[in-house]
Design a protein around this ligand. Structure first.
Ligand code: SDX
Length: 391
């Protein structure tokens, strides 16, 4: 500590703000959105209800949910000119980079900045991003021509239409209710998680009074990293590698423990949870159910369970209280649904969108100061300029 500055790399022991949105207890493995337990919400609510709850603070009644639904429907057309941004990317571009750019480009087509003091203005911007973001997410698959988030005559819901846009453009759409329910539950489980890396990014970008869409775009970029949301893709790639290597998990556990080896067990560990991540428990149970319902035999689910068991019995992991996190099993379900691996983190972003919106809105309504941490300087002392001839 030098003077008044307390060094806290990664903000491990720093509270950046007060918030009334999500409560985590890392020791007990508790997660609540606006006071409701994640277990109850995953069981009894649907994703759009949870979006409303996180953003406006209360569960919607029937007419509020109906209006929210309709207002999103009315905003679900994305400006055709946005396709010029999309088509500028090579096929090889990662969908998260495309999604971050498309989200930022939304500002170009919706230039009017949000007056946060006006409920109406704020509501309009919230509905707009909730409606257009899943369309942009589906576009990152790039075969998509679909503009409408909802299909009025099919009267399908938010999550169903996301699946329709991603997979069944144009074909007669046979809706698999089990897939829709599983995805709806997954999106609820990803919806908010207090001051994680991407949410803190959305808050700090928004604290300069940058717009909501620009702040969300920054959150997408932060989520992309394999230490954060990108882990759900990295877990599957790791499990595939273990399978290709004959399924022996002990080698990978040893690698993860080896300080000279940068390899980490993806989907394991958490900054806050020093117990089971409550979301991982629900997703692990759902993985068995969904694969059985879909009649999918996926050997990497057994490899994942074997890896979890081996790690939980290893004193390196026990000592450091490293448990499976939200990303450990989620990819197995996305895979069973036929979602391409490189789209897993895009699904995380669609789920996390209401949390980002709720946290950005809270930060602005509470008039939080601009985020500007200090540092401890360890560079050169003052020195005289040297002419180039003397260097
Ligand atoms: C998410 O913050 C959130 O809430 C995030 C999230 C959300 O909903 O927004 O929950 C979503 O991002 C989940 C995390 C997904 N990331 C991964 O699965 C990547 C693998 N996990 C790690 O990289 C790590 O556990 C983090 C990034 C999740 C947490 O890192 P921390 O809190 O900075 O912990 P650390 O790196 O200081 O690790 C503490 C010790 C270290 O060993 P020592 O130096 O004490 O000997 O534990 C070790 C680490 O080496 N360790 C691991 C490990 N995770 C931590 N060793 C092997 N494999 C791992 N996965």
């Amino acid at each position: 500590q030098t003077g008044a500055i307390t060094l806290d790399p990664g903000y491990k022991n720093t509270g950046a703000c007060e918030s009334a949105i999500t409560f985590l207890d890392g020791e007990k493995g508790i997660l609540r959105y606006r006071g409701y337990s994640i277990e109850e919400l995953a069981e009894k609510a649907d994703f759009l209800e949870v979006c409303y709850l996180l953003i406006f603070g209360e569960l919607p009644n029937k007419s509020q949910l109906q209006k929210f639904n309709t207002d999103i429907l009315d905003q679900s057309i994305v400006n055709e000119d946005m396709k010029t941004v999309l088509n500028g990317f090579p096929e090889s571009a990662h969908p998260m980079g495309v999604l971050s750019s498309l989200t930022s480009a939304l500002t170009a087509f919706n230039p009017k900045s949000v007056n946060v003091e006006s409920e109406e203005d704020m509501y309009r911007a919230i509905v707009k991003i909730l409606a257009k973001f899943p369309v942009l997410a589906a576009w990152t698959l790039r075969q998509k021509k679909s503009q409408a988030l909802y299909n009025k005559d099919m009267n399908i819901g938010y999550v169903e239409s996301l699946l329709k846009m991603m997979f069944q453009e144009g074909k007669t759409y046979k809706l698999n209710k089990k897939v829709v329910n599983a995805l709806d539950k997954l999106l609820i489980l990803h919806a908010d998680h207090e001051q994680n890396c991407s949410t803190s990014t959305v808050r700090i970008v928004g604290s300069s009074h940058a717009g909501l869409f620009a702040s969300i775009s920054a959150g997408v970029s932060a989520l992309w990293g394999p230490l954060h949301g990108g882990a759900n893709q990295a877990v599957i790639e790791m499990l595939e590698e273990i399978k290709a290597d004959g399924g022996d998990t002990s080698k990978f556990i040893a690698k993860a423990k080896d300080k000279d080896d940068p390899f980490r067990l993806m989907g394991f560990g958490h900054r806050v949870y020093k117990n089971f991540d409550p979301r991982a428990k629900i997703i692990k149970k759902a993985a068995d159910e969904v694969l059985e319902q879909l009649g999918v035999e996926d050997p990497i689910l057994e490899i994942a369970k074997g890896l979890e068991k081996a790690a939980l019995e290893d004193e390196y992991f026990i000592e450091r209280k490293l448990y499976p996190n939200v990303d450990f099993y989620s990819g197995i379900i996305y895979r069973a649904m036929g979602i391409p691996t490189e789209m897993f983190t895009v699904m995380f972003a669609v789920g996390r969108l209401p949390g980002w919106i709720a946290q950005w809105r809270e930060m602005r309504l509470r008039k939080e100061p601009i985020g500007r941490p200090r540092q401890v300087y360890i560079g050169e002392n003052h020195r005289k300029f040297k002419e180039i001839e003397n260097r």
